[in-house]
Design a binder for this molecule. Structure first.
Ligand SMILES: *[C@@H]1O[C@H](CO)[C@@H](O)[C@H](O)[C@H]1NC(C)=O
Length: 540
């Protein structure tokens, strides 16, 4: 029986499959994203690239859908450069746009050059840096670099290396036109895709260009961790079999637990549907329509919550199912509304325009009681009747196993989980195209990591995997929330009680919802895994 090992292998393989999603076809569109511009000597002070009067290339639209969770989280607003770049398709040097340099624009550039401004761009997640311009020795004439020479290295179907050379120094003279140009040269490269970030980890590169950035540190940790995982054999292979009589023991606090799992499943369903609707409907054109859709979808998916929460509660032998249903149904609405009302009071106090009208509050309460609750009831009844019977592959011992010796195991487990978390959180922040992809990656990674960690836990003969799998997957939220602090203090210029509470309040709601969703996903995946391995075990 190597089912466990095989599943683990599958999970590791799945992680590798993710990397294949980054392949390109010949002539496929490659997007050059413009990120930020700012003084070289103060890395925290950044502005949007187009806050300087640069001009945009002629290509107006991209076929990729680009609003991503990562951008929203990080506040990075990558903007399309307008440059036409296709995979393995060389572009000869040519003008892509013209800057009409009036006095004002010249002053902006001169200010930037005086302060040694540099800018950052991304191609396929690879960061690229360039200098805006140069002053001559006596500091009277200022020059702008106008020609971006891009050399992109590819290995198979993937981009592995990018070099930018700035050329074409043009003196800034008011009331002239400055032509901006670019060229792209594709070169075969031997760099492996897995190693493509290595050049940024080279200490000399670090010193000169990147500076200290948590993203890179995370990346390094991950690298170490993954190699550690692959080298190490998976510990005692048989520990998990010892706990077969306890593995399916109900979790502690089944009421809260099943409510959390139910809510998490619902959040997942909502995210999935909203993203699909957004892709079809182009929701982003209208502000706020996203939120209304989300509320509508949330109400409509209430049966999902009832079904999963209710059936889990029944399987765990819970009797107070009405109470469970109420808690499950109102957990998320109460959290969101509580935060919103709290912020609202502050907003009213400050006479801010973001105060929520009284009518809206009443409407939200009505939706909770007259739509969400009844639909939850339907779901709960269905769930209890259709899958409320405990049918575990192993019998549960009457007496719980004593003396769980797992403190160290749990600690190691959380540590490992954090490292993994930082891995994919890093990936999400610098993320690829679509929200959908983000969600899929999020699910796969969460499930895989939680399974691997649960396996370690069971091998340490600790059977309390239910809460552990939920909490460890949910701890992602802690990471995101901590990141929001970093972001607040280093990347934004917010001030005042209202802005601060608005930001941290909603980030808390977002992180918690994300945590509950990940927790539920992690638990569902792990639960399937545990069932699978104990179905095949022969108990002697
Ligand atoms: C980028 O520059 C490095 C160092 O000069 C060089 O080794 C590498 O081949 C270049 N890559 C491409 C794609 O030109």
């Amino acid at each position: 029986d190597h089912v466990g090992t095989k599943t683990l292998g599958l999970c590791l393989a799945a992680a590798h499959v993710l990397f294949f999603l980054l392949q390109y076809q010949d002539k496929e569109e490659v997007v050059l994203w413009m990120n930020t511009v700012g003084p070289y000597h103060n890395r925290q002070e950044t502005y949007k690239y187009f806050s300087l009067p640069f001009c945009v290339g002629s290509k107006k639209s991209i076929s990729h859908y680009h609003e991503t969770l990562g951008e929203a989280l990080q506040g990075v607003e990558l903007e399309f450069s307008g440059l036409d770049i296709k995979f393995k398709d060389d572009v000869m040097p040519g003008t892509y746009c013209e800057i009409d340099l009036d006095k004002e624009k010249r002053d902006a550039f001169v200010y930037a050059i005086k302060n040694h401004y540099w800018y950052q761009m991304y191609i396929d997640d690879l960061p690229i840096w360039g200098i805006v311009g140069e002053a001559d020795e006596n500091g009277e004439d200022y020059y702008l670099w106008t020609y971006k020479k891009l050399e992109i290295g590819f290995n198979g179907n993937r981009i592995v290396d990018v070099n930018l050379t700035s050329e074409g120094k043009v003196k800034l003279v008011p009331n002239t036109k400055i032509q901006m140009s670019y060229s792209v040269k594709w070169k075969k490269s031997d760099v492996k895709f897995e190693d493509r970030f290595d050049k940024y980890l080279d200490p000399s590169f670090f010193q000169h260009r990147v500076g200290f950035d948590p993203g890179w540190v995370n990346f390094l940790c991950t690298y170490l961790c993954v190699s550690y995982m692959q080298d190490r054999d998976l510990g005692d292979e048989y520990g998990w079999k010892q706990v077969h009589g306890d593995v399916f023991r109900p979790s502690s606090h089944p009421l809260i637990f099943s409510s959390l799992i139910g809510s998490g499943c619902q959040i997942f369903a909502v995210s999935l549907i909203v993203i699909i609707v957004a892709m079809i409907e182009d929701l982003y054109t209208e502000r706020g329509s996203m939120l209304s859709t989300a509320i509508f979808v949330y109400a409509a998916t209430s049966p999902v919550n009832g079904y999963f929460g209710g059936s889990l509660y029944a399987r765990q032998g819970g009797r107070r199912w009405i109470k469970q249903m109420f808690i499950g149904a109102f957990l998320i609405p109460a959290m969101v509304c509580g935060t919103a009302f709290f912020i609202n009071f502050i907003a009213i106090y400050y006479h801010a325009s973001r105060a929520i009208p009284f009518g809206t509050m009443v409407a939200v309460c009505c939706i909770c009681f007259f739509v969400i609750l009844p639909l939850n009831l339907v779901g709960t009844i269905l769930g209890r009747n259709l899958s409320g019977q405990p049918n575990f592959p192993c019998r549960v011992n009457a007496v719980p196993r004593c003396c769980v010796r797992s403190f160290k195991a749990v600690l190691m487990f959380l540590l490992r989980y954090f490292i993994f978390t930082s891995f994919w959180a890093y990936k999400i922040y610098y993320v690829y195209g679509f929200m959908m992809l983000v969600l899929v990656i999020l699910c796969i990674v969460t499930v895989c990591v939680t399974i691997v960690c649960t396996y370690f836990l069971l091998n340490a003969e600790d059977y309390r995997w239910q809460w552990t799998s939920f909490l460890s997957a949910a701890s992602t939220a802690i990471y995101v929330y901590m990141y929001s602090f970093y972001y607040y203090f280093f990347k934004t210029k917010m001030y005042g009680l209202f802005q601060t509470s608005f930001y941290f309040g909603y980030m808390a709601v977002f992180s918690t919802a994300l945590g509950i969703m990940c927790g539920a996903i992690g638990y569902m995946g792990t639960s399937a895994f545990v069932r699978k391995i104990y179905t095949n075990v022969k108990i002697d």
